[in-house]
Design a protein around this ligand. Structure first.
Ligand code: GLP
Length: 248
């Protein structure tokens, strides 16, 4: 097992190192399959990639999750987020970009097709993750069991509150359901880089990385993965000082 924790001075340092992780992967494997995450945390990483312009011509991408019911051009959709933050500004080929259709007429079939597409691509080489304030990864909310493949979830009320700013501030306007890669899909990625920044993530990050491995803290599963890099800023990593920089 290898869980490496790096505590960096600030958000920009986390963003820069995350961008370097992706560049390193693409240097080793130009057609690498990258799992991308959304949320506020990875925005700086994407800005940095746009600035550096690594060659993404052969890169293939799969996003982690999408709100159910939203068309790709909806301002709150993760499809739109990804285009605006990254895909429209790098030389990734549109046919290599995979995003779930939030407005699919048959969401279960959409989940199955997405699962198959990941398998057909040979699995994910590098998965980028954020962490929800309740420990969720993707939209795998805390629960009694680990989730498996791509599936539909009902969002926790706390998640709708946390994500309300992207929907004009009202949690009721955040879709109640979403599609997400399951925990099994995520841990099947060959390498995972999780970004956590800001003091609101400090407690949950410490719980996830040093507490028991339990589906009640979905990110805790990363403790059992063979190749994880945690990039935290000083605020998010404030309870992890003793572990900083050490593999385990
Ligand atoms: C969302 C996303 C997650 C993301 C998390 C944290 O709910 N589905 O993939 O990691 O929230 O978001 P943020 O980075 O904005 O704190």
């Amino acid at each position: 097992m290898s869980l490496e924790i790096r505590i960096l001075p600030d958000y920009d340092a986390v963003s820069a190192m995350a961008a370097t992780e992706l560049e390193t992967m693409l240097a080793q494997k130009p057609d690498a399959v990258i799992g991308f995450a959304t949320g506020e945390t990875p925005r700086g990483m994407y800005r940095e990639l746009v600035r550096r312009q690594p060659n993404c011509r052969q890169m293939r991408t799969f996003n982690l999750d999408e709100y159910l019911g939203l068309p790709p051009d909806h301002p709150g959709s993760y499809a739109r987020y990804m285009h605006e933050a990254l895909f429209d500004h790098i030389n990734v080929q549109p046919e290599h970009v995979h995003l779930m259709r939030g407005d699919a007429s048959d969401p279960s079939a959409e989940c199955k097709a997405y699962e198959q597409a990941i398998a057909d691509a040979g699995g994910i080489d590098l998965q980028v993750l954020g962490i929800g304030r309740n420990g969720h990864i993707g939209f795998n909310e805390p629960g009694d069991e680990w989730t498996e493949g791509v599936h539909i979830v009902t969002l926790a009320e706390s998640t709708r509150i946390a994500n309300a700013p992207a929907f004009g501030g009202n949690p009721d306007d955040v879709p109640a359901q979403a599609m997400t890669l399951g925990i099994r899909n995520i841990v099947q990625a060959r390498r995972i880089v999780l970004l956590a920044t800001g003091a609101t993530k400090a407690d949950i990050l410490a719980q996830a990385l040093t507490g028991p491995v339990t589906p009640h803290v979905p990110a805790s599963i990363l403790q059992e993965h063979p190749s994880v890099l945690i990039l935290a800023d000083a605020a998010a990593g404030q309870h992890l000082g003793g572990n900083a920089g050490h593999g385990r």
